[in-house]
Design a protein around this ligand. Structure first.
Ligand code: NAP
Length: 238
């Protein structure tokens, strides 16, 4: 199981409960990851060829890609590597706009940065992750409230308040933070799921505009299911 998400951890628990042998794989990106139950390996495979070799060497019979919706490279690698074994892709549903929301959807992080650059001066709450900060680094007009799990390694916006934190977040907490930091604009990926949705509820309540970065497309020919139950059913374990 390619993991690194809450769904992957839920699936690991479900497989363990059923006595199914499995190994979870993490990229090793964050310093103190939430670990699933069961066996875990950490680190890249060395591209699609490396993953294919790993699957052969370890006699893996089924692959579940339960990685984050924005982890497009590993999903493409899984699709390319799984020629001999079945692949089930688990993608939680994206978020949908509700009455009162002021969302602007954009296709890429660069498009989000261009939108922010054209926005009125003010404070921008940037929640797209530490590896996407470079796109905003040339903007000297806006102040950025940046929230990441681990400290950024590359270029960052010049005017930045950094908040190291990890969800889940509450509506009360997000409202307090956004009021205290006088946030004018929220930027988020369409990650979906309940753990980080509170910022969108808070933005609605505060009548703030939101820039939502759309998910990268799945590789052609790959279909995803949206729940742990659906994965179990595809594996014949439902
Ligand atoms: P990515 O861009 O799709 O993958 C980059 C490389 O990292 C892959 O080519 C692979 O290296 C390695 N990799 C990624 N996921 C792996 C896994 N589960 N096990 C082993 N190697 C993995 O991925 P990413 O966006 O950096 O995300 C890395 C991990 O963090 C993912 O597992 C994802 O579920 C989790 N995550 C990502 C986000 C996000 O916003 N992107 C948010 C929360 C959690 P090799 O080519 O060497 O095999």
């Amino acid at each position: 199981m390619l993991g690194g998400t809450a769904e992957a951890r839920a699936l690991a628990a479900a497989l363990a409960e059923r006595g199914v042998p499995f190994v979870s794989s993490l990229a090793g990106r964050v310093s103190n990851p939430a670990l699933p139950v069961g066996e875990v390996r950490v680190g890249g495979f060395g591209g699609a060829d490396g993953l294919a070799r790993y699957l052969r060497d370890d006699r893996i019979t089924h692959v579940v890609d339960a990685t984050h919706p924005f982890a497009a490279t590993i999903t493409a690698n899984a699709a390319a590597a799984c020629t001999e074994v079945p692949l089930v892709v688990l993608r939680r549903l994206g978020w949908t706009e509700r009455p009162g929301d002021q969302w602007r959807r954009v296709p890429t992080i660069e498009a989000a940065a261009a939108r922010v650059a054209g926005a009125a001066p003010g404070s921008v709450f940037l929640t797209t992750g530490r590896r996407d900060l470079a796109a905003f680094a040339d903007d000297n007009t806006h102040h950025y409230l940046v929230r990441t799990v681990d400290p950024p390694a590359g270029p960052t916006p010049a005017r930045m308040t950094l908040l190291l934190d990890r969800g889940p977040y509450t509506l009360e907490g997000e409202l307090a933070l956004m009021r205290e930091q006088d946030v004018h604009l929220l930027v988020t990926k369409d990650s979906g799921g309940p753990l980080t949705v509170a910022k969108l509820d808070a933005a609605r309540e505060l009548e703030l505009p939101v820039i939502v970065v759309d998910r990268p497309p799945l590789p052609s020919g790959v279909n995803a299911v949206a729940s742990v139950e659906a994965v179990l059913s595809q594996l014949g374990l439902g």
